[in-house]
Structure formats: structure tokens, C-alpha cells
Design a protein around this ligand. Structure first.
Ligand code: PLP
Length: 357
């Protein structure tokens, strides 16, 4: 590492700290002195109300520490141990949660779709693939499909359109499957689509949304939002048993006040998406770089020459992943990524690639 190692990196949007609005309300929550614990505080109630207002529906809201818990517990609430969950091969629930969904559901199996199916290269499920998996087996020896899980925006930085979500939910409904949305980067998807958040969730047929806060500027915490309230029965017990019930819950919930106020969540996501677009335009025509697809959310996926990756990481001190979601480098922008950081990174990519030729 050289001494000029840049402060901002492109490894993950969770490298970023908390945004000023989140910090402000975190401190405000502290200033309210003694508050009831375990979510009975004014802050948790205010934010839950705020989320119901945002989504324009009477949803049931819970807060947990991270996305793995949010997904695992949400899926467990919909599945018996003999059920299964349909997802893509890139799905975070399958590749990055250490078996959490299977563990918390006491064994529900994840059924991943065909990596060669249409849509798979963009980490998307399609109605046809869902139909194929649901109808593949109907005998007693195979775990019964119960849930379709989609990630919005996806693990490859792509975004399902409103129509795509609707079509998936329609086939799910026909096949009596529930629809779960891993929204670790939900904000980035809404920012890209320019739609109302209700349009790609409950209005499209989504039953449960794990709404990510951490990657969007919250210090810690994700919201689990049940649009179908029949699915959240006893969910509070599940959260507690899993060690995910924060006693001082106000410190997880209060920062969301700052995210909801003035649509900070959307502004943060728009900025991150814009930085990814900027990075894309800066490196797309660099000889040796092959961008996998145009970014829609806040990540650029690109193949770089192997020696270039080594130099960028080991000599230039840039941090980014080169193994996520099956090939290519994942270059991730955050709510606080600076234009100068993007430009400096892009310039180094260009310089290093040129030196190899
Ligand atoms: C980051 C992320 C999560 C949450 O991960 P945690 O580290 O458990 O908070 C969930 N899904 C996707 C797609 C993610 O990128």
C-alpha cells in the first residue's frame, strides 16, 4: 500500500459511514433520555408510522441488525421446514448468508434457477423459470416450493422493472407462492425506476420486503416490512429468539427518521447510482476493460485483466471485490462516494490497463 491510498473504496456500499441526517436523529434519540426498551419507544413508533406513510399501506414493520437476519427470519416466517424457496444462483440468501435462511427455517431448501436461463446473466428470475421449478416435481419426496425470493436491485446491479415484478408475482400467486423481496439496495432500485416504492412492492404483489438501511446511510439496521400481515404472526418472537431484538431499539429506528424526512433515502440512492454511471462512462472505453452490462443501480461489473487487478489492489491500494456473483470485478458506489474518488479510480484503471499493453 502506498501512502496516498485513497480514503474511499469500491468494495461495498457498506464501507461508507452514516449520513448526516441519520446521525442527527441518532443523537436526537439519545437526547430523549429514558425511553421504553424493545421497540416501545417513541422513535420506533414514529418510524414505523413513517414507513406505513411512505408505502401508503398499513404494513407491519420490524427492525433487525442486518440483512442476513432480515432475509432469514422473513423467509422462515413463510416456510415450514419441508418447504422451499425459489431464487437465482446469485441470490445473497444462497451465496452470502452462511445457510441462515435454511437454519432459521429449520431446513427449508433454496431452489436456485438454471444459471443458463434467460435473465440469469442479469441475476434476475423470470416467470418461466419459476414455472419450470414449480412444476418440475410435485411428489412427496421433493421440498414443496412456497416462496419466490427476488433481490431488488439485484446482486449484479440490475433492476427489475415494475412489469417484471408484477409478472413474477402473478405466477407466484397462481402457484400459491409468497413473494419475498431482498431490498438490501431497494432504494437504488426505486431511484433508478423513478416509481413510487409501493409500485414495485405490494401494489405489484410483493408480500414481504427487507428494506435495507445500512448500505443507504444508516449506521446499522434493516426494516422487515410485511405487507401481508397474516405472515407476521408471532414474528416478534422469532426476532427475539434469533437474538435480533435490540433492547435499545431506538438507536436502530431513529436514524430512519432522517432517511424518511425529505426523502433522504432516495437522494442517497440517486447519488450512489449516479456515481456508478459516472464510473461506467469513465472506464467503458478503456482498452482491456469489458463492462458486463450497463449499470442500473450503484454497481459497475467489469472484467479487468488479471494483472491489472493485482496492481490496482496491491500497489495502488484500491479495495474492490473480484469474485462476487460469478466473475468480473464488482465496483460499488455508496451514498457518499465522491466524484473525485470515482475519477481517481477510473484514471488509475486506465493507467494500469494501458501500461499492460
Ligand atoms: C448486503 C446485502 C444483504 C445484507 O447483508 P448483511 O451483511 O447481512 O447486512 C442482503 N442482500 C444483499 C443482496 C446484499 O447485498
Amino acid at each position: 500500500m502506498n501512502n496516498d491510498a485513497p480514503r474511499q473504496h469500491f468494495a461495498s456500499d457498506n464501507y461508507a459511514g452514516m449520513c448526516p441526517q441519520a446521525r442527527h436523529w441518532l443523537l436526537e434519540a439519545d437526547a430523549t433520555g429514558h425511553q421504553p426498551a424493545y421497540g416501545d419507544d417513541i422513535w420506533t413508533q414514529r418510524v414505523s408510522e413513517g414507513l406505513r406513510h411512505l408505502f401508503q399501506t398499513d404494513c407491519d414493520v420490524y427492525f433487525v441488525f442486518n440483512g442476513t437476519a432480515a432475509n432469514s427470519l422473513a423467509l422462515a416466517s413463510m416456510c415450514q421446514s419441508y418447504h422451499s424457496v425459489i431464487c437465482t444462483p446469485q441470490a445473497h440468501i444462497d451465496t452470502d448468508e452462511c445457510g441462515g435462511p435454511e437454519f432459521f427455517s429449520n431446513g427449508s431448501k433454496l431452489l436456485t434457477t438454471d444459471p443458463a436461463a434467460p435473465g440469469a446473466a442479469l441475476a434476475k428470475l423470470t416467470p418461466d423459470e419459476i414455472e419450470r421449478l414449480v412444476t418440475k416435481r410435485s411428489d412427496i419426496h421433493y421440498p414443496k416450493p412456497k416462496v419466490v425470493s427476488i433481490t431488488q436491485s439485484t446482486e449484479l446491479g440490475t433492476v427489475y422493472s415494475v412489469e417484471e415484478v408484477r409478472a413474477i408475482a402473478a405466477i407466484a400467486k397462481r402457484r400459491q407462492l409468497k413473494v419475498h423481496m431482498d431490498g438490501a439496495r431497494f432504494a437504488n432500485a426505486v431511484a433508478h425506476l423513478g416509481c413510487h416504492p409501493s409500485e414495485i412492492t405490494w401494489r405489484a404483489g410483493v408480500d414481504v420486503l427487507c428494506f435495507g438501511g445500512t448500505k443507504n446511510g444508516i449506521p446499522v439496521g434493516e426494516a422487515v416490512i410485511f405487507f401481508d400481515r397474516t405472515l407476521s404472526e408471532d414474528f416478534a418472537y422469532r426476532v427475539k429468539q434469533a437474538g435480533q431484538l435490540a433492547s435499545k431499539m431506538r438507536f436502530i429506528s431513529a436514524p430512519w427518521v432522517g432517511m424518511l424526512e425529505g426523502d433522504t433515502w432516495l437522494a442517497n440512492a440517486r447519488h450512489a447510482n449516479e456515481m456508478a454511471r459516472r464510473l461506467y462512462h469513465r472506464i467503458n472505453s478503456v482498452p482491456g476493460v469489458r463492462v458486463m452490462h450497463e449499470p442500473q443501480a450503484n454497481a459497475v461489473f467489469a472484467y479487468l485483466p488479471e494483472p491489472a487487478i493485482k496492481v490496482l489492489q496491491n500497489e495502488k491500494g484500491w479495495k474492490f471485490y473480484d469474485f462476487i456473483a460469478g466473475g468480473g470485478c464488482r465496483l460499488m458506489c455508496a451514498w457518499d462516494t465522491k466524484v473525485e474518488s470515482v475519477d481517481a479510480f477510473a484514471a488509475d484503471i486506465a493507467t494500469v490497463c494501458a501500461a499492460l499493453r
